[in-house]
Design a binder for this molecule. Structure first.
Ligand code: NAG
Ligand code: NAG
Ligand code: NAG
Length: 438
């Protein structure tokens, strides 16, 4: 079986002198709690578990947690809760922490929010299970701001009892941010009732109960979001989507005409400005303007599904036609030119050799031979023919060759003069890369 352990250790320097002194030296952790934890983990078999261990949890209990069969059978990551809070996880860790099948399990005794707050600016987990090992009930943890936007949240804690605090029953709680500011009791822990993850993690945001969102927008974004000239009504595709969503999810909204600095949203001097700046500073909740996705925006903001894809074009000056003097050599490819010259050289050599062998000078030396042979390509008749048959055959073959070459050259030349030619247009990215425009 594949096991994947990612062990992240950090120096423990966190609130060494304030928080822990409140915690009793050896908190009592009942076996009942371990049992409940093991039953709850059973729902997440096949998932990755990221375990946050409070350093105040006694070593013995830590070992018992790690030894649970359910813990052994899930991929898990162990993180020391005492890690330096200024520590920034790298991109890979973020990708893991926001995974769909990743459970973040926080075992705590003291309130863990101080630790989690800075960490979750980057981590933004989807599924969070808080498990209290504290000797008394701590439901207030749920109302902390740091948990407000987590999609699935549950706390397993002791059910507060009226009597002397010896109830021993564990309950499951969550908080529905838009319905109530107090924890919602989902039921006493019972593996027969909590048989599926959806029961443990109910939808926390079924509707927004008439909540009023403040939106950061600019109304100068035709055709996505703009103010119509005729009646000043706000219109555009973004507006239509917002109207449909607000009706079905039961929320209202306010908009801004533009950002105070009239900018869209980009990093300037290490901080966000414009519309996205207002969202980043938490002055506004979200925007319905249309934004291009850049690396920095993707890193710092969560975006909806993409509903528009632009195609891009590059505009270049039309190049000048090639110079006309080049038309003289362009009918034939460089390789063909080389072959023509080479064959002329060979033919001159052969003709000179023939005169030597025959002993009878007809043309007379190399200088005259190449002029004699050049008459073929230049479409001139010959002043005299050799007398012997084998030399006549040589001249015949040479002339046939010349006919083909000069025919090809002339025809191509006519075609080239008919239409001016341009340097090759850029059709592909590779052309652009090879061109001088880089
Ligand atoms: C929207 O939420 C408010 C506040 O809870 C409620 O009174 C109203 O009936 C809801 N509207 C719809 C259409 O559900
Ligand atoms: C960024 O820095 C430049 C130069 O210091 C300054 O002119 C500009 O106003 C700054 N912009 C913002 C948004 O702070
Ligand atoms: C070769 O010259 C003859 C007459 O001298 C002419 O009719 C013919 O078109 C020419 N051929 C080429 C390919 O120029």
């Amino acid at each position: 079986m594949d096991r994947q352990y990612i062990l992240l250790f950090g120096l423990f320097v966190l609130y060494a002198d304030d928080g822990w002194s409140l915690v009793p030296k050896r908190p009592f952790i009942s076996t009942r709690k371990l049992e409940v934890l093991s039953e709850a983990l059973d729902l997440f078999r096949g998932w990755t578990v990221i375990l946050y261990l409070d350093p105040a949890v006694p070593g013995q209990t830590q070992q018992s947690v790690m030894a649970l069969e359910e813990m052994q059978e899930t991929f898990h990551t162990t993180i020391n809760l005492g890690v330096n809070e200024r520590w920034r996880p790298d991109q890979q860790v973020v990708a893991l922490s926001q995974g769909i099948s990743v459970l973040h399990l926080v075992l705590f005794i003291a309130d863990p929010t101080q630790f989690l707050q800075p960490l979750w600016l980057d981590w933004k987990p989807l599924h969070l299970l808080l498990f209290s090992l504290a000797p008394s009930s701590c439901l207030d943890v749920l109302s902390e701001e740091v948990f407000s936007s987590i999609r699935s949240l549950a706390l397993i804690d002791e059910i507060p009892s009226e009597g002397n605090g010896k109830s021993n029953a564990m309950g499951v709680f969550t908080i529905l941010p838009f319905s109530s500011s107090r924890a919602t009791f989902l039921g006493k822990w019972n593996p027969q009732f909590f048989t599926r993850r959806e029961i443990l993690f109910p939808d926390r945001f079924p509707a927004f109960e008439g909540y009023r969102f403040e939106l950061a927008t600019t109304l100068d974004d035709e055709p996505f979001l703009y103010q119509r000239k005729s009646d000043n009504a706000i219109s555009g595709s973004g507006m239509r989507m917002l109207a449909a969503l607000s009706a079905s999810l039961n929320f209202t909204y306010t908009m801004t005409e533009s950002a105070p600095d009239h900018k869209w949203g980009r990093m300037e001097n290490g901080t966000w400005v414009g519309i996205l700046g207002m969202i980043y500073r938490k002055e506004k909740k979200f925007t319905v303007n249309c934004f291009g996705m850049t690396y920095e925006r993707m890193r710092d903001f969560a975006a909806s599904e993409q509903y528009l894809v632009y195609s891009c074009g590059a505009f270049l000056l039309r190049p000048h036609p090639l110079a006309t003097w080049r038309n003289v050599y362009r009918p034939l490819q460089p390789l063909v030119w080389a072959a023509v010259i080479a064959s002329l050289v060979v033919a001159v050599g052969l003709l000179t050799l023939q005169e030597r062998v025959a002993g009878a000078a007809m043309v007379g030396g190399v200088g005259s031979s190449w002029l004699y042979l050049l008459r073929g390509p230049l479409n001139q008749s010959l002043p005299a023919l050799p007398r012997t048959v084998w030399r006549q055959m040589f001249v015949g073959v040479w002339y046939l060759y010349c006919l083909i070459i000069s025919g090809a050259y002339t025809c191509n030349l006519i075609a080239i003069f008919t239409r001016p030619t341009y340097p090759q247009h850029l059709h592909t990215l590779q052309h652009l890369v090879d061109s001088h425009y880089r």
